[in-house]
Ligand binder design. Structure first.
Ligand code: NAP
Length: 293
């Protein structure tokens, strides 16, 4: 129940209507009986600074950050953590005594389901499709797993060069190898982990694939194929990879794990990850099959 004492959390993005974060966080808040509410804030890029001033005025305690603000928000914050600095993006912000502190839990969320598999990721050489914001967190995550080399594929040579340059003087630089899209076939059969960090196949374009059928035909049985997309789940890419004998992972657990970590920091207590996962699973079902709908 929202009362006069209720503290505000939220998510800032544009558009924000499809975000699962409000359902996920409010389920945990309700389960804990915490005096908080988590609100979606639809903020256009040119209004981000004004939104932050407003958050300060109405005493927002913390908020998640999603597309397209993850990088743009950095200069507006008082401090950022080493994780956020390394990945060059912020996905969670907390109120401090003198302003806002940004961090990034996407890498944490990304590696969580891989660690559960109890495979030894040390020494493997993953393939990452795409070189946008999420690919940065995946790269940091792969390095934290001990991967020997990480192969990032991009379709735009200028952006790929900028991506590679941005890691100079960081510990990630030594493991990073960047490639043009047409080099994929050569590497795909030799890797044990493939990550789709492009939006290809995401709702409402569920018929799209990030790579050609020819490339999919080179995926070896037993390879872990991980798609960061969580609507639909699984994606067409994951379905096709499973037909090749791959072990598939979708993006829902990454979303849940990064969200749980942020909520734990904001509330200063353990949070019910299972409740958050169940809320997301329920919400991401097709509308007609949701309980109560
Ligand atoms: P982004 O910053 O826009 O980056 C997208 C990347 O995909 C860019 O490198 C882009 O290349 C590439 N790309 C787009 N269309 C492509 C195509 N047709 N062929 C080849 N490459 C293409 O987006 P993002 O924030 O990284 O998000 C990427 C995906 O990850 C989204 O689906 C998002 O929902 C998902 N995600 C999931 C989670 C989670 O918790 N599960 C967290 C973050 C992101 P160009 O730069 O050349 O356009």
């Amino acid at each position: 129940m929202i009362k006069g004492t209720t503290k505000i959390l939220g998510v800032v993005g544009y558009p924000i209507v499809h975000s699962l974060s409000p359902v996920m966080h409010n389920a945990a808040i309700e389960h804990l009986g915490a005096d908080y509410v988590y609100v979606p804030f639809s903020v256009e890029p040119e209004n981000l600074a004004a939104a932050l001033r407003g958050f300060e005025a109405i005493d927002v305690q913390g908020f998640s950050v999603t597309i397209p603000h993850k990088q743009a928000i950095i200069p507006l914050l008082t401090e950022i953590t080493a994780e956020a600095r390394l990945s060059g993006a912020v996905n969670a912000v907390s109120r401090t005594g003198n302003g806002w502190k940004g961090t990034n839990y996407d890498s944490f969320g990304f590696v969580a389901p891989l660690k559960e598999m109890k495979e030894d990721w040390n020494g493997i050489a993953p393939v990452i499709l795409g070189n946008g914001g999420a690919a940065r967190s995946v790269l940091v995550g792969c390095r934290s797993l001990g991967c020997r080399e990480v192969h990032v594929f991009g379709r735009n040579p200028r952006k790929l060069t900028e991506f590679a340059d941005s890691w100079k003087n960081t510990p990630v630089h030594d493991v990073l190898r960047v490639h043009a899209w047409n080099e994929l076939v050569e590497l795909i059969s030799g890797t044990r982990l493939i990550v789709n960090a492009t939006p290809m196949g995401m709702y409402p374009r569920g018929d799209q694939l990030p790579v050609t059928e020819d490339v999919i035909g080179h995926i070896q049985p037993g390879t872990v194929v991980y798609d960061l997309i969580y609507v639909p789940r699984p994606t067409l890419f994951l379905n096709k990879a499973r037909e090749r004998g791959a072990v598939i992972v979708d993006g829902l657990e990454m979303l849940v794990q990064q969200g749980a970590k942020a909520l734990e920091i904001w509330l200063g207590r353990d949070v019910p990850v299972d409740v958050m996962r169940d809320a997301c699973l329920e919400q991401s079902k097709p509308a007609g099959s949701r309980s109560g709908t």
